[in-house]
Design a protein around this ligand. Structure first.
Ligand code: DGY
Length: 318
């Protein structure tokens, strides 16, 4: 009998098909979060689960599941209680590396879009407002030669720093530990969190969401940033106190922001941040290129196959 794998969304058959010879794969047929009761009805009959970040897996799941491995389709795994997984002997894996460059591209795209007012400019032309050339028409802010402050110098932070170097930017960073390789490669300078906020033209949040980073960007943090500064977040929304961010934007304590992630996702069009013209927003698409999403899916399936045949997973979290 082949081991049973349950995937909480329908993935493209061309990705899944090569694994069907060794795994009995079932997918939730709807492209929306699986209702908790439906997932609970599967948990006792599966050998592996491939969830999305929309599934919250805690003690309740891990104490009742027959799964030996949970392969999260994301690099972030704040949706999974890894302590509970460990306690019940379930291996958890994630998808680092394969999404690094794609997420860094989106981060840079948000910086450029926000600073150069690209969304506004697109609306302007599509709404037939372009009637003449004028000296300060849609004038934005330069990105090149400015100072970028990267909070969280992990793999994606480093990939953002590499791009910043190509734009002749001065790179500052703050991290739990010094990253000497990044300092050498990108001329990045390690500074305290406060110094980074004070000195950066672009403050970029790349830190994972943990208890320690909950609302790291709060009223005090935004107050320390300059009125010329932009805030960019492609990490996790809960690192930001959104009410404080809204206030900072409304009161022009900072110049603008680019957000790919939000405290509670998905947000709706009446979210207060979306009403502000100095906000550029995208719906959590950091790693969303076809190439990368396919690689993430394959990595999950490879991790599952390995664990179920007694090998070590490629990218374990626990
Ligand atoms: C991740 O992998 O953690 C992303 O946020 C999902 O695209």
């Amino acid at each position: 009998m082949k081991p049973k794998v349950f995937i909480t969304r329908p993935l493209p058959e061309e990705v899944v098909e090569p694994y069907r010879g060794r795994l009995d794969i079932e997918m939730y047929p709807e492209d929306r979060p699986i209702p908790e009761a439906e997932l609970a009805s599967k948990q006792g009959e599966i050998d592996a689960l491939i969830p999305m970040l929309s599934e919250k897996l805690g003690e309740e799941f891990f104490s009742n599941t027959s799964a030996k491995v949970v392969a999260n389709l994301a690099v972030g795994y704040d949706n999974i209680d890894v302590t509970a997984a460990k306690k019940h002997g379930v291996t958890v894996t994630n998808t680092p590396d394969v999404l690094t460059e794609t997420t860094a591209d989106l981060t840079f795209a948000l910086m450029l879009t926000t600073a150069r007012r690209i969304s506004e400019a697109e609306d302007y032309i599509k709404n037939d407002q372009w009637k003449q050339w004028s000296p300060l028409q849609l004038a934005g802010t330069d990105v090149h030669h400015k100072t970028i402050g990267i909070v969280g110098m992990g793999r994606i932070g480093e990939a953002v720093a590499r791009r910043a170097k190509g734009f002749s930017m001065n790179v500052l960073y703050h991290n739990r530990s010094r990253k000497e390789a990044a300092e050498k490669e990108f001329g990045a300078t390690y500074v305290s969190f406060d110094e980074l906020l004070k000195q950066s033209d672009f403050v970029v949040c790349m830190t994972p969401y943990t208890k320690e980073t909950h609302h790291l960007f709060n009223e005090e943090a935004f107050r320390k940033m300059g009125e010329h500064a932009f805030f960019i977040n492609t990490s996790r929304g809960k690192t930001v106190d959104e009410q404080a961010l809204q206030k900072a934007l409304e009161e022009k304590e900072i110049k603008g922001c680019g957000l790919d992630v939000f405290e509670n996702e998905p947000i709706s069009a009446d979210h207060p941040l979306l009403k502000l013209e100095n906000v550029t927003a995208t719906p959590h698409i950091g790693s969303s290129s076809m190439e990368t999403r396919y690689r993430m899916m394959q990595l999950c399936l490879d991790n599952v196959s390995r664990v179920l045949t007694g090998e070590n997973p490629i990218t374990p979290v626990t």
